[in-house]
Design a protein around this ligand. Structure first.
Ligand code: FE2
Ligand code: FE2
Length: 241
């Protein structure tokens, strides 16, 4: 097999962990990094945002929805963990969590904005995996997408309701500013040898900055056009600081 490049990426389909190992260690390493980041992020997000949100939810219906979302996010962690186990990856939970998890969630308003913004980042990342060369990961992304879209639409509907209330508007705007900014590193650095490997192996097809620009475009449309709020001044490039 010729060595794939970013310009002429691997175009095959890899159906199983055994086939991934046949393609080679570089392929397993690249697809393993993408899977491990989801193993870690789904777990961390569920533990520090979704589970505490059950306690913050103001009504029984909101508590029920928060329980459902937390259950689904822990479920996503378990599904990605199954792929990681099948590929015999090292324990993903020992890696450093993403900077977005430094956000301190203290109110229900922050939680609904987080679902509208941060889960949209997750949707942008998973959208790409729907065409990934590793079919177990492609199929998992396809299976989880409806739940991620539900999280975003739950957050978007509640954010818009709150933004219409003059007394809550400033609080919503503040959460939007913080959460858009916190989500940008989610997409990785502008110059990234990991991203080069993901594109070489047909695991992703965009640069980190292209994915980040799409997130900015989609969240801007929501924040400005749908919620009537202001969008923070942000950049589509990120160098790790
Ligand atoms: Fe998730
Ligand atoms: Fe989600």
């Amino acid at each position: 097999m010729r060595t794939p490049t970013v310009e002429a990426p691997f175009s095959g389909e890899v159906r199983s962990p055994a086939e991934a190992r046949e393609v080679g260690a570089d392929y397993v390493n690249a697809v393993g990094k993408v899977i491990a980041s989801h193993v870690r992020n789904e777990y961390t997000g569920a533990a520090i945002f979704d589970e505490p949100a059950i306690g913050l939810a103001p009504t029984p219906r909101d508590k029920w929805l928060a329980c459902r979302i937390a259950m689904e996010e822990y479920g996503h962690h378990l599904r990605f963990q199954k792929l990681a186990t099948e590929l015999e990856l090292p324990d993903a939970l020992t890696g450093a969590p993403l900077s977005v998890f430094e956000y301190e969630l203290t109110t229900w308003v922050e939680f609904v904005v987080l679902k509208a913004i941060v889960d949209l980042a997750e949707v942008v990342l998973m959208d790409e995996l729907v065409e990934c060369s590793y079919l177990p990961l492609r199929h998992l992304a396809q299976a989880l997408m409806p739940e991620e879209r539900f999280h975003v639409s739950f957050g978007a509907v509640r954010t818009k309701e709150l933004a219409r209330q003059p007394a809550r508007r400033a609080e919503v705007q503040e959460a939007v500013n913080a959460l858009v900014t916190f989500s940008l590193p989610f997409f990785g650095r502008s110059r990234s040898s990991n991203n080069d490997a993901f594109r070489r192996w047909g695991i992703k097809n965009r640069t980190n900055d292209q994915a980040r620009a799409e997130f900015i475009e989609r969240t801007r449309a929501f924040v400005v056009d749908d919620a009537g709020l202001e969008y923070p001044d942000v950049s589509a490039s990120w160098d790790g600081r």
